[in-house]
Design a binder for this molecule. Sequence first.
Ligand code: HEC
Length: 167
Amino acid sequence: MLRKMQTKFRKNLGSHRLLNKFIVGNYSKFTFIAIILAANFPFLYFAFSFDKEKAKKLYIEQCSKCHRKDGRGIKGVYPPLKNSDYVQNGDKIELLRGMIFGRSGRIIVNGEVYYGVMTTEVDKNLKDEDIAMILEYVYKELNNLDIKVTAEDVVKAKKLGKLPPHK
Ligand code: HEC
């Protein structure tokens, strides 16, 4: 029994040594790979992350004159986009259709009634990914929701066209 345990122990020790040897032996290879990854990481990071500064700039240009820079809107006139139950419960494509083609009629946001008209508010020259980025900004920065919006979503919204007015 004891011998069995001893041999088992030796075997384990042996494999550990082998692993150590492998790591030490390949140390230069590991550092090499780490350097390559580190060198490419900033690029990968920017390629896949949400460009908050650009999104904020677009939001301010396109939406802040009514919904204000902080997204709080003007009570009774322009509904809030910040912490808006309408945004949080709304359908992504529907929100995009409103941004692209405008929206009107009676709408209740955070318990407040709005009866306004929002005309087409996004600049027609904006790229689909820029429009997507604005809604992503509203989700992420103004509502703390981690929702991705893509150019494909914008294409879908454009195909569906203008929203019927709320009753
Ligand atoms: C000219 C003023 C104006 C601008 C600019 C504007 N909106 Fe609006 N928005 C309104 C009004 C008014 C309503 C309420 C419409 C209604 O009563 O049906 C509204 C409603 C909304 C709603 C639904 C209600 C809510 O608060 O959640 C969303 C979402 C929205 N706007 C997003 C945007 C985004 C994103 C932009 C920028 C691309 C934008 N709006 C630009 C005036 C504006």
